[in-house]
Design a protein around this ligand. Sequence first.
Ligand code: IYR
Length: 236
Amino acid sequence: MNTNNIDMAGKEKMINGYKHIPYRNKGFIAEEMSSRSEDFYQFLDSRRSVRHFSDNVVPEEVINNILKSAATAPSGAHKQPWKFCAISNAKLKSEIREAAEKEEQENYNNRMSERWLKDLAPLGTDTNKEFLEIAPWLIVVFKEVYNLDENGEKLTNYYVNESVGIACGMLISAIHNAGLVTLTHTPSPMNFLAELLERPKNERAYLLLPVGYSSEDAVVPDIHRKSLEEVIQYYT
Ligand code: IYR
């Protein structure tokens, strides 16, 4: 028996006529809770968005574990309104790169304001999206804006953006945990992804994540996170 675990088991019961089963929250003793939460913060703080990828292979099993982790996210009314597409097919990756670069050329040259371009300058982004071909995997996250019932009637989902956003946060953490890197890429508009991947009508592209190892010569911008005082306010 692990003496660090505080056992808090309940009993099965009915709520609104639906069965509820006991859930054991395995807590930790105070010191372990402190060290685990500190270690987890340090671990997440070591993540960086990376734009320079190597083409080293990543096993499909690892991608599968990462995606299963993301799919554990909470969602509005437990509708799980997401679909994760994992692409390693070279032809598809090239087609996605070509279509993304076409949109980005329009973005950088015509659609983005002077101020937006100035805000992006420190990040070193441009219209070249070669990482879309070089990274061994592309994960495209789709949100399901509705589902169809057995009669083909539309059933809208709840808090879709919040639910899928939370799943993406967990996805990014799972990628980092596997020792891989990624980049939250949002070519805009993203409709071309649903077309190229032949997705059903109820799905909209939400986020595109290249996944792999950073290249030998990868660099990241010398930028820093806000201080904890700037982002945390206590009311005790
Ligand atoms: N989608 C473009 C532009 C871009 C916009 C923001 I806000 C960023 O943080 C980074 C890039 C691109 O991917 O280059």
